[in-house]
Design a protein around this ligand. Structure first.
Ligand SMILES: NC(=O)c1ccc[n+]([C@@H]2O[C@H](COP(=O)([O-])OP(=O)(O)OC[C@H]3O[C@@H](n4cnc5c(N)ncnc54)[C@H](OP(=O)(O)O)[C@@H]3O)[C@@H](O)[C@H]2O)c1
Length: 325
C-alpha cells in the first residue's frame, strides 16, 4: 500500500505512526509519506525499522495516487488539501471537524456504522473524541432500548487540544503562569468551556457532541445536553452520562448490552484516566439505575487513541477489508 500522513509531527499524527507498528500495518505499507508544515520540513521520524523524512505539505503532493491519506492537521488544512486529495481519487480519513457534518461524507465509528464504507471512495470523517467514546458505550443500549435523551458532562484531558495543550499544562505545573492556549489557568483548575460559545449558549465542542451523535445513530430526534469541561489531566477523557430509555432493562441486562460492542469493556471497579491512557478500549463503570428507564454511567477512553488515531486506523482496516485493498 501507499499511505500518507498529513500532520505527522502532531499528537494524533505520531500516534498513527505508532499504531502502524502496533497493528502490523507497517509491513503492508510499501511507501509511507509524512507531511507537516514548513516548520517540520526535514525532520526524521522512525517508524518500524526505517527513518522517514517529513515533507512540507504541498498541493502537487496531494494529487499523487495513494491507497490512504490520514489527515490530522486541523480544519483549514483539511478543507484545502483533503479536497485536492479526494479529487485525485484518493481515500482520505480526516480527523478534523471540517467535513463531519457534510451530508455526503460518512462519519464513522467502525464498530457502529463501518459497513457504510463498502464501495465508498473519497473523504471519510472521524468524529470528535468525546462523541466516539460516548456512542461506543451507548450503542447497543440505544439499539435495544431506544435512548430518548442524554445529559453528559465531560472531563477532557489537555492533550485533546494537541501539543500546545499538553505543553501549557506541563509548563504551568513547573511554575510558569503564562496562559497561551486555554482561556484560564488549567493547572489546579477546571474550565467549563471548550471551543467558542455559540448563540444557543452551548460551545462548539458541545454542538459537535449533539450533531455528530445524531448523525452516527441516524436519529434526528434524540435529545443530547452536553457540558464540556477541560481538566488538568494529560491523557484520557472521562464522561458522566445520564440517559433515559424508551424500554426498561435491569442493570445486568445493560451490562450485557455494553459488552456486546467490540472494544468496549464494563468494569465493576471504577476506572480513572491514568488506567486507560495507552489502551484501545472504552471503559464503562459506575453503572446505576435510580429509577425505571433511567441510568447513569462513567465512561473513559484514551482521547488520542480511541478518540482519534485508533478510530482512524480502525476505519482504514474496515475500509480495506470491505473493499479488498
Ligand atoms: N488531540 C486530540 O485528542 C484530537 C482528537 C480528535 C481530533 N483531533 C484533531 O486532529 C487534528 C490534529 O490534532 P493534534 O492534537 O494532533 O494537533 P497538534 O499536536 O497541534 O499537531 C498538528 C499537526 O498539524 C500540522 N500542521 C499544522 N499546520 C499545518 C499546515 N499549514 N500544513 C501542514 N501541516 C500543518 C503540524 O505540523 P508542524 O509540526 O509542522 O507544526 C502538526 O503535525 C486537529 O484537527 C484536531 O482537531 C485531535
Amino acid at each position: 500500500m501507499k499511505v500518507a500522513v498529513v500532520g505527522a509531527t502532531g499528537e494524533v499524527g505520531r500516534m498513527f505512526l505508532r499504531l502502524f507498528e502496533e497493528y502490523n500495518l507497517i509491513n503492508e505499507i510499501q511507501e509511507l509519506r509524512l507531511f507537516a508544515s514548513e516548520r517540520s520540513k526535514g525532520q526524521k521520524i522512525k517508524v518500524g525499522s526505517k527513518h522517514y523524512i517529513v515533507e512540507k505539505l504541498e498541493e502537487e503532493k496531494m494529487k499523487e495516487k495513494y491507497d490512504y491519506i490520514l489527515f490530522s492537521a486541523g480544519g483549514s488544512v483539511s478543507e484545502k488539501f483533503a479536497s485536492i486529495a479526494e479529487k485525485a481519487g484518493n481515500v482520505v480519513i480526516d480527523n478534523s471537524s471540517f467535513f463531519r457534518m457534510k451530508e455526503n461524507i460518512p462519519l464513522v465509528v467502525p464498530e457502529i456504522n463501518g459497513d457504510i464504507l463498502k464501495g465508498y471512495k473519497g473523504i471519510i470523517a472521524n468524529p470528535n473524541c468525546s462523541t466516539i467514546q460516548m456512542v461506543l458505550a451507548l450503542n447497543n443500549i440505544y439499539r435495544s432500548l431506544i435512548i430518548k435523551e442524554i445529559v453528559v458532562s465531560t472531563y477532557q484531558a489537555v492533550s485533546g487540544a494537541g501539543n500546545k495543550g499538553l505543553m501549557e499544562l506541563i509548563n504551568q505545573q513547573q511554575g510558569n503562569t503564562e496562559i497561551k492556549h486555554f482561556p484560564k489557568m488549567i493547572n489546579n483548575n477546571v474550565i467549563p468551556i471548550i471551543g467558542d460559545i455559540l448563540e444557543s449558549g452551548f460551545t462548539k465542542e458541545e454542538e459537535k457532541m449533539i450533531e455528530e451523535t445524531k448523525k452516527i445513530f441516524d436519529d434526528k430526534k434524540i435529545k443530547i445536553y452536553p457540558t464540556t469541561v477541560r481538566v488538568p489531566v494529560l491523557y484520557g477523557h472521562s464522561e458522566s452520562i445520564f440517559f433515559r430509555t424508551e424500554k426498561d432493562a435491569s442493570v445486568n441486562e445493560l451490562i450485557e448490552l455494553i459488552e456486546k460492542t467490540p472494544n468496549v469493556k464494563y468494569s465493576e471497579e471504577y476506572i480513572s484516566p491514568i488506567e486507560v491512557a495507552g489502551t484501545d478500549y472504552t471503559y464503562v463503570s459506575r453503572l446505576r439505575k435510580p429509577e425505571e428507564k433511567t441510568f447513569l454511567m462513567w465512561v473513559i477512553a484514551d482521547n488520542i487513541r480511541v478518540g482519534a488515531a485508533t478510530n482512524a486506523i480502525r476505519i482504514l482496516l474496515k475500509h480495506k477489508e470491505l473493499n479488498s485493498i
